[in-house]
Structures are given as structure tokens and as C-alpha cells.
Write a protein that binds this ligand. Structure first.
Ligand SMILES: [Zn+2]
Length: 409
């Protein structure tokens, strides 16, 4: 048993002084409030649940600070991104992802959903033993971050088009080939305790409609499923032209809009799309720094929340890795869009960041210690830290009960 004494900790939506958290094998077994530290306790200051990074492409980090003089649009940026994808090797991917995941951990993310599609050699032939996927699991283990590996089905280069040359290493022939590899991969990851296998459909551009139903039927019901949805108007236009409905409606027609769905971006939605996602209780992954960087637009986050959807944050292209900046932008983007303040309550921002209202018995002890007396945070109401703190204010991160201090910055 390891016990952590927190001078201040977030429990059931409020900050409570003197919280002693007992853990066993990294899980919370007891929470005492208003109490003193005992001999042998790990002593911490202000502690909140770890942030959940619900959308990442680790290798996009290679483009940070290198595309700002390109101008252009999302599609031009994508050409640069494909060049980086084409050059990845398993060893290079492991090293790169270790650095990226370490930056995440130090910023306060305790888990990352890696949306992974660089599966095969550049010519499309498989590696012998899931080499790229194992490289990511190894990187998460090295960095000490929880990994939800979202192995992604990516079969088409656009609506009705085969994969382009630079996309060949993403593909698996057909949806049954992808499903077979997915199930084999689950067995191969058994020795990685911090890694869980989830699934993703790259987008409605990347599969045929019949593939969507095969994905829904072929995956175990408990497996999380993520999809890029309506990030760009062009995706909606192509989907409407080919199928007569929006991407969200196409997903719904094939049984994918359920509580297990995480819709990534959801920037350009119709009222019906919002109703479908909300009624299903789906999660919407907003990636504010990426959506700003790529000029995507500002999605209808408050409307989705009001309709019944849950909100989450993602670092996506990793041009910025800072969960506090994502939560702040989640609110500030809506202020610009709606021309009013206080769109989300602080409690809603904490929940979007960490998928919880505070520490609970039975959960893994994944936590962040934050400096409330830094040059940025002094004087702030702790409930409002998602608007004012930044990654540099993180003084420790704890994943499954194991604590690390940020590396030299
Ligand atoms: Zn993405």
C-alpha cells in the first residue's frame, strides 16, 4: 500500500484540504478528507486527476515550428505530414514517440489516445511482428504514460478513391484484413500493462460505407471507437455528394454513433448531427490548438454538451502539448464565437480535461500536482486553474501510482 497526502485535492467537483489517498497496485483504495499526513506518506501540494489526451498523432510533432511560412490550408499541411509519415521506421517511431509522450506526461497528461495508422512498410508490406504498434507501446512504457492505442482502419485515399502512393503503408487491403490484424495485435500487446487497444476509423473518406457496419460488428462491444468527423467543409461536401448525408449521419446509419464513439473535431456539424451525437451520449474530442493552427474553425461544443454529448480534449498534431492550454482555449474560442463570457463552468472544463469530477475509490491513481504559487497561477481561485495554469506549473505526474517529476525544461 502507498499513501499520498495532498494539501489540497479535487474530490467530487470541489477542492478539499488535507486529502489522504491510499493506493494498492496503482488504484485508489481509500480517500480520507480533512486529515493530516501519516509517517511514510508521499506528501504532495495541490493535486488533481491526470489529464486525458483523447487524440494524438505522435509523429505530427515533427512538423512543429516548421510549417508556419507555408501558408495554404489543411490539405497543403497534409502533404508535409505525409512526407514525415513516409520516412518513419519502427526504431525512429519508438524514439520519437518516447520524446512526445514524455512531454505529455510532464505537461500533466497521464494517458494518451494515439490515433495510429502508419502500420506497414512504405510499400504496404507488413512488418514481421506489429513492429510499429509495439514501438508505440514501448514508448508509452518508457515515458510512463497510459496508452490507448487506437489502431485505425484506413483503406481509401478519398471518397471512392484507392489509397495514394504515400498512403499505402496505412492500408490493410480490406476491412476484414484490418479486423484480423486488430485481433492479432490485441494478443501481441498482452505484455504491456500501460497499453490498452482501442480502434478507430480514420474518417468517412477513408472507408466505404459497408466497411462501417463491418467495423461495428467485428469489434468487441467494450472497445472504444474513435473517428475524425467533419474537421473540414470539404469532407462534408464530398460525403454529401457521394452518399447524400453528412459524415455523422453516415456513421449513424451504420450503427457507429453510440456511447462508445469518440467523434474527433466535429467542427462543421448540422443541427441533426448535433442531436444524433448528443442523444447517443457520444464523446466529442475538441483539439483547440490544432484546430486553430490548421484554420479548421470552431466547433459547436456548448450545443453538443447541451444535447447530451461529453467533451474531451486532444493535442492532435502536437504542435502544442499542454492540456491547460487546450482547456483554456476550449472556453476562449467559444467566447470569440458567441461573444460572451463564461460559456463553460470551471467544473465542465476540469471534466473535459480529465473525464472525471475528482478522485474516486476504485479508479486508477493518475494525478497531477500543480504549483498554485507560480508567476502564472498565484492569486487564482484553484477551481479556475484550467484557464490560467500552463504545463510549466506541473510539478509532478503520477500514473498508476508511480510518480515522476518533470524533466529539465
Ligand atoms: Zn487527428
Amino acid at each position: 500500500m502507498t499513501a499520498f497526502h495532498c494539501a489540497l485535492a479535487l474530490v467530487a467537483g470541489r477542492f478539499v484540504p488535507g486529502v489522504r489517498i491510499e493506493t494498492e497496485d496503482g488504484a485508489i483504495t481509500g480517500i480520507d478528507q480533512g486529515t493530516h499526513a501519516q509517517a511514510g506518506d508521499v506528501q504532495l501540494t495541490t493535486v488533481v486527476p491526470g489529464f486525458v489526451n483523447a487524440h494524438s498523432h505522435a509523429f505530427h510533432r515533427l512538423l512543429r515550428g516548421r510549417t508556419h511560412d507555408d501558408g495554404g490550408d489543411f490539405w497543403q499541411w497534409r502533404t508535409r505530414m505525409y512526407a514525415e509519415a513516409g520516412a518513419l521506421t519502427p526504431d525512429g517511431y519508438r524514439d520519437l514517440a518516447t520524446r512526445v509522450f514524455t512531454e505529455m506526461r510532464d505537461a500533466g497528461y497521464t494517458s494518451v489516445a494515439e490515433f495510429h495508422y502508419v502500420h506497414h512498410r512504405p510499400d504496404g508490406t507488413p512488418y514481421p511482428a506489429h513492429d510499429m504498434e509495439i514501438a508505440l507501446a514501448d514508448a508509452a512504457a518508457s515515458a510512463g504514460i497510459r496508452l490507448l492505442l487506437l489502431d485505425t482502419v484506413y483503406l481509401r485515399g478519398g471518397v471512392g478513391a484507392p489509397l495514394a502512393e504515400e498512403q499505402r503503408r496505412f492500408g490493410d487491403g480490406d476491412v476484414h484484413g484490418w479486423l484480423a490484424r486488430w485481433h492479432a495485435l490485441r494478443d501481441a500487446l498482452a505484455g504491456h500493462p500501460l497499453t490498452e487497444l482501442g480502434a478507430a476509423v480514420h474518417s468517412v473518406r477513408a472507408v466505404e460505407p459497408t466497411d462501417l457496419a463491418a467495423v461495428a460488428a467485428g469489434l468487441p462491444a467494450e472497445v472504444p471507437l474513435h473517428v475524425h468527423v467533419s474537421e473540414q467543409p470539404a469532407e462534408n461536401e464530398q460525403c454529401l455528394a457521394a452518399h447524400g448525408v453528412t459524415p455523422t449521419q453516415l456513421l449513424a446509419a451504420h450503427g457507429l454513433v453510440t456511447e462508445r464513439l469518440s467523434a474527433v473535431h466535429a467542427t462543421h456539424l448540422t443541427d441533426l448531427d448535433i442531436q444524433l451525437l448528443g442523444a447517443a451520449g457520444a464523446t466529442i474530442v475538441m483539439c483547440p490548438t490544432t484546430e486553430a493552427d490548421l484554420g479548421d474553425g470552431i466547433g459547436p461544443a456548448p450545443e453538443l454538451l447541451a444535447a447530451g454529448a461529453r467533451l474531451a480534449i486532444g493535442s492532435d498534431q502536437n504542435a502544442v502539448i499542454d492540456p491547460w492550454e487546450e482547456t483554456a482555449r476550449l472556453e476562449l474560442d467559444q467566447r470569440l464565437r458567441l461573444q460572451r463570457r463564461g460559456v463553460f463552468s470551471p467544473a465542465q472544463l476540469w471534466r473535459a480535461g480529465s473525464a472525471t469530477d475528482g478522485f474516486r475509490v476504485g479508479d486508477a491513481f493518475d494525478a497531477v500536482e500543480v504549483d498554485t504559487g507560480s508567476t502564472r497561477t498565484w492569486g487564482a481561485d484553484v477551481h479556475q486553474l484550467p484557464l490560467v495554469a500552463r504545463s510549466g506549473d506541473v510539478t509532478a505526474t503520477i500514473v498508476a501510482g508511480r510518480m515522476t517529476r518533470p524533466q529539465e525544461r
